[in-house]
Design a protein around this ligand. Structure first.
Ligand SMILES: [Fe+2]
Length: 525
């Protein structure tokens, strides 16, 4: 059965499967080069966007006609347009949270988990809990809790100048504020006298102006745009993170009570909160899994599985192939040459920052090695250079380390599988110097464990280990200035020209920023 599925709100996407084989998951942000891309409200523009996206899908899959098309939370007028553009025998709809949950269920290594979908409220303003059966591909609803943790979490950040960068914000705050305020929350301890009012703010959240006004009154704080002092902003961010965790733990405790489960799946945009995920893992002693795209980028994939469950092992590299829009002659002229993972490992050991752009893009917001910037993990100044001079990112944001899964116990007391950077783990004292560039101010790292030694990152980590270095690197998304993960070889070259990136490794071609940089790293011991 040939199935196509759509998501058209923020983090829009389209996915195609044939008999349970995922052929492509195209996140539209990559195609349109606009992070969190949501489709246009105007019908003409919406149609043009989807004509372009569907043409790409046709080229990649060769499929002209589908047995089933699935939409999730697509308004009727937009669904009519999709029906005009796509030939499908049967059109179905799937609930937003069910789509999040199916993506999580089928990605997880569990047979009968509890699946929790929580985000900015999704289509129905709730927090949904299911009992999953992977064999049967079913989700049995357990609870529907009117709780929205995502929107109030980022909304509070609109009052914090170090998080907004004093840029004007949409009404509930830009989606990017959530990840920033999570990192920012580690800069200060929470204020316990503020905790109850902030928990109450989350519980009763209905709309932005009302919620901020009531909380501001309760805390005697001005919660208008960028109005908080540095001390108050940092304390409030930490208190908000604690309140988020308190409500999450309370909700999970209530659904786990007396249940026998082999795992817990966290999905929905709030499952990108790696600090909260780690608290869940430690509190309940149940294995926790978060899929690669718990945000709405995974909705179209989950929607596919409502028709046919997936077949075989799911891999995250299901996006578009890197667009090879730079010819070999141009690469050569720029000093480019073919290079292996061993050479990249050697450059990394000598302190180079290398952008990797290879093969099909990863699904979800985390760079997993096909669109990654890598550097030695033991040098904090490299993280500072990446944040300030390559990605124009806030100074307090950490960069994740990628670590060979077989070596994880050297770095952590208790290391779960974390293939998609889903947990903020405390580092063993003995390993802190090795991960000094990745350590966040709270002493944790947002680790990616890499178990496949033949993958791009796996080969690099194995090469490091064979050369006598610890098998870990800093790994952050290969993008610049808040753009999505790059999709064109030419964008990797642009990054060399406009930032302090030292090298780009593009489909096996190693290209230096310039001859001086090349010489400098070749000469280093
Ligand atoms: Fe969602």
């Amino acid at each position: 059965m040939k199935v196509i599925a759509f998501h058209v709100q923020h983090d829009a996407g389209v996915s195609v499967a044939d008999s349970g084989q995922l052929l492509i998951a195209l996140e539209l942000e990559r195609l349109f080069e606009e992070r969190y891309f949501g489709c246009a409200a105007a019908e003409g523009e919406f149609r043009a966007q989807w004509q372009r996206a569907l043409e790409v899908v046709r080229q990649e899959t060769g499929i002209e006609r589908f047995d089933v098309a699935v939409t999730s939370w697509v308004p009727p007028s937009k669904r009519r347009i999709l029906k005009q553009l796509v030939k499908a025998s049967d059109w179905r709809e799937v609930d937003h949270h069910v789509a999040h949950a199916l993506h999580g269920l089928h990605d997880a290594p569990f047979e009968a988990p509890i699946v929790v979908s929580f985000d900015g409220g999704g289509n129905d303003g709730t927090f949904r809990v299911f009992r999953g059966s992977r064999r049967e591909g079913t989700l049995h609803p357990i609870a529907r809790i009117p709780l929205n943790l995502g929107t109030p979490y980022r909304l509070l950040a609109t009052a914090m100048p170090e998080v907004t960068g004093r840029r004007p914000q949409p009404r509930a705050g830009h989606l990017s504020l959530a990840g920033k305020v999570m990192a920012y929350a580690a800069l200060s301890p929470p204020r316990h006298d503020w905790l109850n009012p902030v928990v109450e703010y989350y519980r009763t959240y209905q709309e932005p102006a009302q919620a901020l006004f009531s909380l501001g009154e309760a805390l005697h704080l001005e919660l208008e745009p960028d109005a908080l002092s540095q001390d108050d902003a940092r304390s409030l961010a930490a208190t908000s993170q604690t309140a988020f965790e308190t409500l999450l733990l309370e909700t999970i405790a209530s659904v786990l009570q007396g249940a026998s489960v082999d795992g817990l799946v966290l999905t929905g945009g709030c499952a990108l909160n790696v600090v909260a995920n780690e608290r869940v893992r430690r509190t309940f002693g149940v294995p926790v899994h978060v899929p690669p795209a718990p945000n709405d980028g995974g909705i179209s994939v989950g929607a596919l599985w409502s028709v046919d469950p997936p077949v075989g092992e799911l891999r995250p590299f299901v996006g578009l192939e890197l667009q090879g829009d730079v010819d070999e002659e141009t690469l050569r002229r720029r000093g480019g040459r073919r290079a292996s993972a061993v050479e990249i490992a050697s450059l990394v050991r000598r302190g180079a920052i290398v952008g990797i752009a290879q093969g099909r893009a990863e699904l979800g917001p985390r760079a997993l090695g096909h669109r990654s910037i890598v550097a030695a993990a033991d040098q904090p100044q490299l993280r500072e250079r990446i944040n300030a001079r390559i990605k124009s990112r806030e100074w307090y944001r950490p960069v994740a380390p990628a670590i060979l899964a077989s070596a994880a116990s050297r770095f952590f007391e208790d290391a779960p599988s974390s293939p998609y950077m889903s947990f903020a783990l405390p580092v063993r004292d003995s390993a802190r110097p090795l991960l000094a560039g990745a350590l966040h101010v709270d002493g944790t790292v947002r680790v990616q464990t890499v178990s496949d030694p033949t993958s791009v990152l796996g080969a690099l980590l194995v090469a490091l280990e064979r050369s006598g270095a610890p098998p870990c690197v800093l790994n952050t998304s290969f993008n610049v200035r808040s753009r999505p993960l790059l999709q064109r070889a030419s964008a990797a070259i642009e990054a060399l020209d406009t930032t302090e990136l030292d090298f780009a490794w593009i489909s096996g071609w190693l290209v230096p920023r310039d001859n001086d940089v090349d010489r400098r790293f070749q000469e280093r011991p």
